[in-house]
Design a protein around this ligand. Structure first.
Ligand code: SAH
Ligand code: SF4
Ligand code: F3S
Length: 437
């Protein structure tokens, strides 16, 4: 009998890559991936804990899985950041869960599944691992045939006051340099054109044994034949150095695009958040980068309504958005998370006020993006084809060098190919156009 698995992924790109790696390991044992829960013998829910809402989503999803369990006796596993933190709560609220596996233990997935099939006992493994588990480049069942995620480090030592990630992913751990390069070389051979180097804090990457920094890594990845575009996420502004900026400029494959989460525009809020930089220091880095790479496309993350955030402090965030003119932002309402420093602060910005600030911020940003995107009408961009457009099956979709979504008319195309697209129309979140020679 063929055994089938289904993986539901919440959260960030690292979680997506983790799901691809777990899928790859299961695949190596002869399991097949399915896109339908009802056909699965095993359902893995890979979870995110970064905001309260992400956790709520998990429990409502788990509730739905009860039916499959009853009908098909499906094995249900919970992995990821909520698994690491809330093992007892998960078993309490969802007794139909069979196993819980934390982010440091995915290399054990096949062993866990075998044990469950043998004994059907509940299993939990959330041990912290000091070493990088060497499983990354061998078995990865990737979602995209054009863009490949490559995790280069995991964990975080920063302990921003609001953030739960250091408690779910542990302290910073760096993947060996040679192993990253080996994976990128394999990806190039498989026809991948773009790699995205992933980590909570990629700028602080360091391989002690080989004495290699993040800049060395970019230089080496840049040498791999076949790979044409390189991106990396996430950069912490405090660790984003001039050296990295110059490396981005000098290496032809590193895209002129950077995600640099600022979180807030006011120095006093940044201080309370423990971000380790001021508004002025952030702007100085951004302006340096804009001078060095004039077409650089910037994106950021913003939290509104952090404990104690006054109207004046919030307005400094608005003014920062106006000054930088990001091409894209991800903005969130502050959400209290257990274990964090901020959870001991008075979460005193009223709910309504947080919502209103978020709406105001997003409205302003939408205008900025429309203004920025309008300048792109009539221009031709090289686009990496990632698939058919979801909204309109007659259209293709892809990304330009600035990581913007481009939907376009084209014919005889294939995922993973580069095409030239003339931009004819824009929206705040994407560009539209047609393929040209
Ligand atoms: N490692 C990345 C971000 C990880 S979390 C970095 O340092 O930038 C992704 C984003 O979620 C954060 O940038 C932040 O904007 C948001 N976030 C994290 N904790 C949050 C919380 N408690 N409430 C609201 N948003 C939060
Ligand atoms: Fe969280 Fe801050 Fe670490 Fe990013 S740098 S993962 S926001 S603690
Ligand atoms: Fe969420 Fe964990 Fe990523 S908390 S954002 S899945 S590191």
């Amino acid at each position: 009998m063929i055994m089938r698995f289904f993986i539901k992924t919440f959260g960030c790109q690292m979680n997506e890559n983790d799901s691809e790696r777990m899928g790859g390991l299961l695949h190596s044992l002869g399991w097949e991936k399915t896109d339908e829960e009802r056909k699965a013998n095993l359902i893995i829910v890979n979870t995110c804990a970064v905001r309260e809402k992400s956790e709520d989503k998990l429990f409502s999803y788990l509730g739905r899985l009860k039916n499959y369990k009853r009908k098909n006796n499906t094995i249900i596993g919970v992995t990821g950041c909520v698994a690491q933190l809330e093992k007892d709560k998960i078993f309490e609220r969802a007794p139909h869960v069979d196993f819980i596996l934390g982010p440091h233990n995915y290399h054990k997935i096949n062993e866990i599944i075998r044990n469950i099939l043998d004994k059907r006992e509940k299993l939990v493994d959330t041990q912290w691992q000091k070493e990088w588990p060497e499983l990354s480049e061998k078995h990865v069942l990737r979602e995209s045939q054009a863009i490949a995620y490559v995790t280069i480090m995991e964990g975080c030592n920063n302990f921003c006051a609001y953030c739960i990630v250091p408690f779910t992913r542990g302290r910073e751990k760096y993947r060996p340099f040679w192993s990253i390069i080996k994976e990128v070389e394999q990806l190039a051979q498989q026809g991948y054109k773009e790699v995205q180097l992933l980590g909570q804090n990629v700028n602080s990457y360091f391989d002690v044994q080989e004495g290699k920094s993040f800049v060395d890594l970019l230089k080496e990845v840049n040498k791999v034949n076949g790979i044409e575009w390189i991106r990396f996420i996430t950069s912490h502004p405090k660790n984003f150095t001039k050296d990295i900026a110059h490396t981005m400029k000098d290496l032809e494959k590193v895209c002129p695009q950077l995600h640099l989460p600022v979180q807030a525009g006011s120095t006093s809020v940044l201080q309370r958040m423990r971000r380790g930089y001021t508004r002025e220091e952030y702007l100085e880095k951004v302006n340096y980068l804009k001078k060095l790479i004039p077409d650089i496309s910037l994106s950021t993350d913003i939290i509104v309504g952090f404990p104690g955030e006054t109207r004046e402090e919030f307005e400094e965030t608005l003014s920062l958005l106006k000054e930088v003119e990001f091409d894209n932002i991800f903005s969130f309402r502050y959400s209290e998370r257990p274990y964090t420093l901020a959870s001991r602060m008075d979460d005193n910005v009223p709910y309504e006020e947080k919502i209103n600030r978020l709406i105001e911020l997003q409205r302003l940003q939408k205008e900025i993006q429309i203004k920025n995107n309008k300048k792109k009408i009539g221009k031709i961009f090289k686009v990496l084809v990632t698939g058919k457009s979801k909204k309109d099956k007659n259209m293709w979709t892809g990304r330009n060098i600035y990581n913007q979504v481009v939907n376009f008319k084209g014919n005889d195309l294939k995922i993973g190919k580069f095409v030239n697209v003339l931009i004819t129309d824009i929206g705040p979140y994407s560009l539209r156009g047609k393929q040209v020679k």
